[in-house]
Design a protein around this ligand. Structure first.
Ligand code: F6P
Ligand code: MN
Length: 283
């Protein structure tokens, strides 16, 4: 089997297993991981699962997880970056969580321009997996059920935006950003749930903007370049949407470490242009 097919199939199979077993982690305890973020038992469980399955593949040369300090060398092959259980704090309230994966042929450090595939899994009322690959024309969405992965349709972004999901408390964001948010929220319905994959899925279904800006608590934004911002930007840009950190595509961000963070905006082109125009004037 082709190396990339092996990786995609392994993520599908492991995501099925995660989906089936998440109820066992409904009351996951919260601690703090090495990079200062909250980490639940479920994060550690999902990280071990994906590590065991991916590191066993000939196709994987390195496993780089949000839940670990350093990359784990697995031999020759692709570098796989992963947020095994994105939005795990949502488990307590029984809301959606996800998995985000990036696949590089190059060694890290690398920008998103070196990505050759990205995937996201959304564990919602049903589980879907979205796959963008540089060797495929379309971004494919799969429905995962009964142990099978069914081709479900082509991923796309409507032209006419309807929703907006912006993170951060108002007092912790810049005044300029709050002005932009106020303008945009006149015409777009607020949709923010606190799990990037789930919030982005709404934007992709209805058109709109997802954003986690710089805040006083997170001066570089909260989301991680390698595990969240860049793979999701790859998926969005592949279907004609855009991404920005405020001034440039997230695919051009040069991370200064495996756990670097970046302000993250994803969505329809005209809304990303509004964000860049606003940030460009220093506000
Ligand atoms: O992984 C970080 C994360 O859980 C994202 O999935 C989510 O978008 C964000 O944190 C939520 O942060 P906050 O609770 O500050 O809105
Ligand atoms: Mn996450």
């Amino acid at each position: 089997m082709k190396a990339m097919d092996q990786i995609v199939q392994t993520i599908q199979q492991t995501a099925h297993y995660v989906n089936t077993n998440l109820p066992n982690h409904a009351q996951s305890r919260v601690s703090v991981n090495a990079s200062g973020d909250k980490q639940t038992d479920a994060d550690v469980w999902a990280d071990h699962l994906f590590f065991d399955k991916l590191s066993a593949l000939d196709a994987v040369g390195s496993y780089v997880s949000e839940e670990r300090d350093a990359a784990i060398d697995c031999g020759e092959g692709y570098v796989v970056t992963i947020d095994p259980l994105d939005g795990s704090s949502n488990l307590a309230s029984n809301n959606s969580v996800g998995t985000i994966v990036g696949v590089y042929e190059a060694e890290l450090p690398a920008t998103g321009r070196e990505l050759c595939a990205a995937m996201m899994v959304l564990y919602g009322p049903y589980t879907t997996m979205t796959v963008a690959r540089d060797d495929r024309e379309i971004v494919q969405e799969y429905l995962l059920r009964d142990g099978f992965s069914e081709r479900w349709g082509e991923f796309s972004l409507p032209d006419d935006p309807k929703v907006i999901g912006l993170a951060g408390k108002k007092y912790a964001r810049s005044e300029g950003f709050n002005e932009l948010a106020k303008e945009l929220e006149q015409h777009l319905k607020p949709r923010y749930g606190g799990a990037t994959v789930a919030d982005l899925a709404q934007v992709l279904e209805y058109g709109g903007l997802f954003g986690y800006p710089a805040t006083t608590e997170y001066p570089d934004g909260k989301l991680r370049v390698y595990y969240e911002a860049v793979p999701l930007a790859y998926l969005v840009e592949e279907i004609g949407g855009r991404s920005t950190d405020g001034t440039q595509s997230l695919l051009d961000v040069e991370p200064d470490g495996l756990h670097a963070r970046t302000p993250t905006f994803l969505g329809n082109e005209d809304l990303i242009e509004r964000v860049e125009a606003h940030m460009g004037d220093g506000s």
